[in-house]
Design a protein around this ligand. Sequence first.
Ligand SMILES: *[C@@H]1O[C@H](CO)[C@@H](O)[C@H](O)[C@H]1NC(C)=O
Length: 398
Amino acid sequence: MEDTKPKSTPIRFLSSLLMISLLISSSSAQNCQSTTFSGNRIYSTCTALPVLNSFLHWNYHQSNRTVDLAYRHTGVSSTNWVAWALNINGVGMAGAQALVAFQGTGGNMQAYTSSVIDTRISTLSPGNLSFNVPSISAEFVSSEIIIYATLQLPGDGTSFNQVWQIGPLSGNNPAAHNLAGANVASTGTVNFADGSVTGDGGAAITRQRNKNIHGVLNAISWGVLMPFGAIVARYLKVFKSSDPAWFYIHVACQSSAYIIGVAGWGTGLKLGEESGLDNTTHRNIGITLFCLGTLQVFALMLRPNKDNKYRMYWNFYHWGVGYAVIILTIVNIFKGFELLNPAKGWKHAYIGIIISYGAIAVLLECYTWYFVIKRKRQTPLSGDKYPYAGNGQPGQSV
Ligand SMILES: *[C@@H]1O[C@H](CO)[C@@H](O)[C@H](O)[C@H]1NC(C)=O
């Protein structure tokens, strides 16, 4: 047990770092202007949309208020549908006037218009839009879907809310898309006349990335490393041979967890400020945890000598605060899952870690008591009832 755990923690740590770098690199944009299109189509304006590997190319004809456009979505598989929409009277998906495309069964490319009325029951079925779409077609070329369409712009303005999306196919029909990350950041505005694109898509994805970094940093520090360090302190020090190694492992775990944890805590405070969520239970528990964690670090420096008669009280304080930190951390990580709403796998992975820690603790607790009782039998004169001395020294009852 003592041999395998220290290996798995660095592996978890490394895979979390890998996750962070993937999140950061996935949003890098590709060049927009160098794209060539079939049928000698040439578009004078082009913009890389902030998320979901999507590009909008178009020509705007002021004389008849039409737009010839190409919506290009890269990194697509044949089991995906893609859609791009204007929302004339609102934002987001409800009310979106969408162009939809996917490769249907038998490889036939489907491209049609769809008006989203109720987002809960929408299957993106074909229907007319609130404005005229004289032509629409699509093609699938080397992991890209390109929708070509001509729009007759409604009203008299040239700036519109836009929304774009990708999702999986279910048979020959679009199925529900993800409801997190880039899939909820894919909204903004487009001005067909001056080519400007606005929207908080970029900001939303940055915020999402910061939330993920916050979650990963705090989960590995407070949620994984700290309980591991506590297990080391509680169960390793019973064995005389592990002194003083357990102490150094414990201090190394807790202090590196504290440093990473404070970084994660800082990102959390900033996120809370930005999102206006500055009085949530999650935030208040986080601040409490920071205070208790800091207290533990200072308490380490102020701990009485092993032989000092007050050392016992210091130990009770140190264990009490330590267990409180672990319990509050677990509560707060689940509060964080509620706010962040990450892919289910993250929550399941964390539940798995908690359960394995719990199982390890129970096993080691039994083993420790077995070990201590056996040791007592061998030395019947010892008066100690507890495996640990008040002075924190291992093996004192032998
Ligand atoms: C709109 O005008 C442009 C050029 O001014 C023309 O090429 C295009 O065919 C017209 N579109 C429609 C649908 O009339």
